[in-house]
Design a protein. Sequence first.
Length: 801
Amino acid sequence: MSIKTLTKKQFITDFKEKLYEEKLVTLEEAVPAELFTILAKVIRKYYTNEWSKRNEEITSKQQKVAYYFSMEFLPGRMLETNLLNLGILDLVKEAFTDLGLDFEAVKTAEYDMALGNGGLGRLAAAFMDSLATTGYLGFGNGLRYKYGLFKQRIVDGYQVELADSWFGSNGNVWEVKKERHTVDIKLFGQVYLKKDDAGRLKPVYENAQILHAVPYDVPQIGYQNQVINNLRLWDVEIPAEYELNYPTLTERRRIQDITAVLYPDDSNYEGQQLRLIQEYFMTSAGLQTIIKSYLKQGLPLERIHEKVAVHINDTHPAVAPAEFMRLLIDDYGLDWDTAWSTTVKTMSYTNHTILSEALEKWDIDLFKTTIPRVFQIIVEIDNRFVFEMAEKEVPHHIIEKTRIIKGHHVHMANLAIIGGYSVNGVAKLHTELLKADTLKDFYQLYPEKFNNKTNGIVQRRWTQIAAPELSKVIDETIGQGWRQDIHELRKLNAYLDDSQVLAEFYQVKQVAKAKLAAYIKETTGIEVSTEAIFDVQVKRLHAYKRQLLNLLHIIKLYWDLKDNPDKDMVPRVFIFGAKAAPGYHFAKSVIKLINEVANLVNYDETLQGKLKVVFLENYNVSLAELIIPAADVSEQISLASKEASGTSNMKFMMTGAITLATLDGANIEIKEEVGDDNIVIFGMDKDEVYRHYEAHDYYSRSLYENNPILTRVLDTFINGSLPGAVREGADIFEALVTHNDEYFLLADFMSYIEAQEQIDQLYRDQEKWSRMSLANIANSDKFTSDDTITEYAKDIWHLEK
Ligand code: 26V
């Protein structure tokens, strides 16, 4: 059955048959979850042929393949994208209407696939979609976590974490288990080297634990191009022959824990053994498979880099160069120099943060105990690196800073850089900072390895799926060509002075706002008016992202209104969505305070409805699809230099929000695309921030004491105004005043207030605002992940189409 010739009639027949066959129910009896499962199963049948053809192509076509190794993939729901990409979304929706079924209800019965924390995981998922869409041979390699990122509930203003059992009771309908591709993973034990008959040193393992890595493949469907790639996720199983080694439930559980849950500490590294095992498990399984699949082509192993590229997404899979060496040398008999030369030509690495607390380093003893043979190899890589650098007369202190093993730790970023040929940052500024600061010494050693690849987003998800009404108006204005070629959005620039068109785009935003308002009412009970400015900050909660700065402004507005209830201002709804890492005390206090301020303002009638604060719980991809198209203002207010790129900023831009931002990450490139008049910038730039670091001249208490507005706003945390959050208020006050405000909120405060006043003024002129909004949509094409991935494919991986 080919998807191209599928008719609505055929689909309806297939659907009814499958429903009856699998569930023994009729359409009328079936519940949305059942209908979802059946729909997924029916469409699976339509793409199976293409998918299996693609898998064969890897060996038959002898083309180079890129493998994207990532501990996180965050696709969200897959049904609608799969239908859209297969080209049958409208057909299925119409069929559902004919059958009297509610497509929305069925679609929402799918669990979000949330095997990622935030930006890094979402980017990996975007790249999977774009690899398939651009037609490059690029496959994903990750872990099949039983529990994804925790579900967040807000109870009494506090974050409570619940397990995310995203499999539901039926498993993941999209995946296919591939038992015959199972590989062994060795952990623990002792290893010593012994000469074999040919006189070569071979490792002998004693007391090692052997586990099975079993792959599950999830299809990655290209946009209307018949290409289906693979995302391979590994799960752990106990090999039958070793069952007796794990007689008790506790022992079995300890093994199953390896793929039980995604670590939720975004940007904060903690050296836990289970995490190291996860990283090694996924990396080793992926590399073993790659070598096997390459060898089927009958080509020599020392030329594997000509057919294979392995990409290391952040340091999490950075054990890859060492594990690859182990496989090439121990399992396939290559000599060290040959193995090293091909390894370095195979591996490339992306850095996603300049925050030093996120750079992984492992305690030597822990590493040695967990993967002893890999440790021996890392010691050898380190020794040879030091020797080579000394020969090149690299200064001693530079060698000490760049070597892999130093202090009592294995430094994973150093391994990824030394063991690969490419290092990239994720936005222009970020890459510049890596070169000038975080990875400066490496840049001196290997300038040729460094390059920038500004992040991107899957425009299809954020327009066609998340914003169907907007998409329709775009169609009506410039035709449908942009759905195939996003660069056609630029045609909208011709309509910036067309009042009629501007009014239509304004109307569409109001429709999206009404949808979100209804959701807010339903989930929180809070009434918000669509006449208000919807001012949105959604992202992981982190001190450097400065949700707290946003809150300080809200508190300022609150006191303004208390002083003068008739203050002339456009009503505002401040909308937050943010998960905090479970152990991140500061971040959790901010959530509590946002909710306390919400309680303070939302029910105070004297404010005349001018100020509303909404914290939407459990921010995830699906909620983003509802919130982002409804935003008027996109808050991108991190301390300049700290946000590597940001990607929600791109999604907001593409759906017509005005960016209120510091000159950080990709905000800078957004500004370049829309021009200074269509974005609102405030605060210090990275040079000013760095000047403060160098001069040690920042003193937040003086700002607090000498600026009466700041005094009043900050005192709100400690003077009883927020009676439900006394402890949190005190903590936050301390962080800002006593501990000198690490992220310079107080330094940027006044500039932020002015920028917010500018937003208020701009919004009053509906046509002007609409023009700015349309200019954002019209110039957002630069941020398509299709183009980002094309750059990776050409510049880093050297793939052919
Ligand atoms: C670090 C760690 C440390 C070990 C435990 C688990 C864990 C999980 C994630 C991370 C790294 C977080 C880095 C990250 O998410 N960076 C974000 O990457 C986005 C995509 O490039 C980028 O847009 C964001 O600016 C950047 O913060």
